[in-house]
Design a protein around this ligand. Structure first.
Ligand code: ZN
Length: 379
């Protein structure tokens, strides 16, 4: 088939994406068991932020949950997948006994304002913890490298921005004995000490935990034979490749099934990864490690990250992506010396997570199509 047309599916912004989601849901409703709801997210700056979610059921014995936008700057591709699936695959899935739930933009603030985090600089995907223990985590690598991750003062010029990439990181960490693993783990794993820092996980569960418990928990508690929770992201991994990333302890049965379905799909751009795969990393407080605990039977429940790669997994790509995240955070808290610098920092950050390249967008829709065709036949 030819690739789906990205213009038909990729949203331009949060408000229009939400309107489309609502309209698609209303059109797809055909059973009294179907619903769409809007869950208001509290905010100091914007009273129109909602997590919109919907459930479509025909008394199926299996459930798929598709979630987008836990990282706001990554919300577009997930929302595009949701729209594409709702319009192309939902009726067939329902007819085969697979109920489907969609969560549009778990982090509406981040989607609307172009940040990965929520309004309070919390990376929601470092904030999920069944027992609260994650908030006591100490990330020693982050502490040690904090001056690199949180430069002081305004972002002064873009020449320095690219120098940061080339010098501070590449030569700096190579020559000073830092291991790239310490750098990337420090940056990416999550940290709970520095509220203006990167990948800050907060001090207590944000309200999205309550949302999942109250709104999605009852679905996961139903006696489904099996449940898969697909959490859509972008930015990590090889350009245009869909990495299905496993949580810390995936249940053996569903993992086996996932491997049979997607283990041999590298030629089609789909690979299975874990935290220890080169270029990937472990995370504290990840939603995919939290969700199975809400299920009636965690052993028949699988939650995975569905991550569309943009730059690549080689060292230079990792450093580039780290630099863009650091500069965006610095610009957010400290500002930029000129509007041109702000524009460049914002554009680089946006392209890291939501490439405007139509080839990339077409490819990820093709992969989404393949994923849901496969699920239709084999789930
Ligand atoms: Zn993400």
């Amino acid at each position: 088939m030819t690739d789906p047309d990205p213009a038909a599916w990729f949203p331009t912004d949060y408000v229009s994406s939400r309107a489309r989601f609502r309209a698609d849901c209303e059109r797809s409703r055909s059973s009294p068991d179907d619903y769409r709801r809007a869950w208001k997210v509290s905010s100091n700056v914007d009273q129109d932020l909602t997590i919109d979610h919907a459930r479509f059921a025909r008394g199926g014995d299996r459930l798929l949950v598709v979630q987008s936008g836990i990282h706001g700057s990554e919300a577009q591709s997930g929302a595009a997948v949701e729209a594409f699936v709702m319009n192309n695959h939902l009726p067939a899935l329902l007819a085969k006994g697979i109920d489907v739930a969609f969560i549009h933009s778990l982090n509406p603030y981040g989607f609307k304002y172009g940040r990965r985090t929520d309004e309070f600089n919390v990376n929601l995907n470092r904030n999920f913890s069944a027992d609260g223990s994650v908030f006591k985590t100490v990330n020693a690598d982050y502490r040690a490298l904090r001056n690199v991750f949180e430069p002081s003062g305004q972002v002064r010029n873009v020449a320095i921005a690219s120098l940061v990439e080339d010098l501070v990181f590449f030569d700096g960490f190579a020559e000073s004995g830092f291991k790239s693993k310490a750098l990337m783990d420090g940056l990416d794993n999550g940290q709970y000490e520095f509220p203006r820092g990167l990948n800050y996980g907060g001090t207590r569960p944000r309200e999205q935990t309550r949302f999942l418990r109250e709104e999605i928990g009852p679905l996961l508690a139903k006696p489904y034979k099996k449940v898969w929770f697909l959490d859509y992201h972008s930015g990590l991994g090889d350009d245009g490749v869909l990495s299905i990333i496993l949580g810390l302890k995936p249940a053996a049965g569903p993992l086996d099934e996932l491997t049979k379905m997607f283990g041999g799909q590298a030629k089609n751009g789909i690979v299975i990864k874990t935290a220890t795969s080169p270029g990937f990393f472990a995370t504290f407080g990840d939603v995919i490690d939290f969700v199975p605990g809400l299920a009636r039977d965690p052993d028949s429940t699988l939650a995975v990250t569905m991550e569309y790669g943009t730059l690549g997994t080689d060292a230079l790509s990792q450093l580039k992506s780290a630099t863009r995240m650091i500069l965006e955070n610095q610009a957010h808290f400290n500002g930029c010396a000129t509007p041109e610098i702000l524009q460049r920092v914002t554009a680089d950050f946006r392209e890291l997570f939501n490439p405007s390249d139509l080839g990339w967008r077409g490819k990820i829709l093709r992969e989404a199509d393949l994923v849901f065709r496969t699920l239709l036949e084999q789930f």
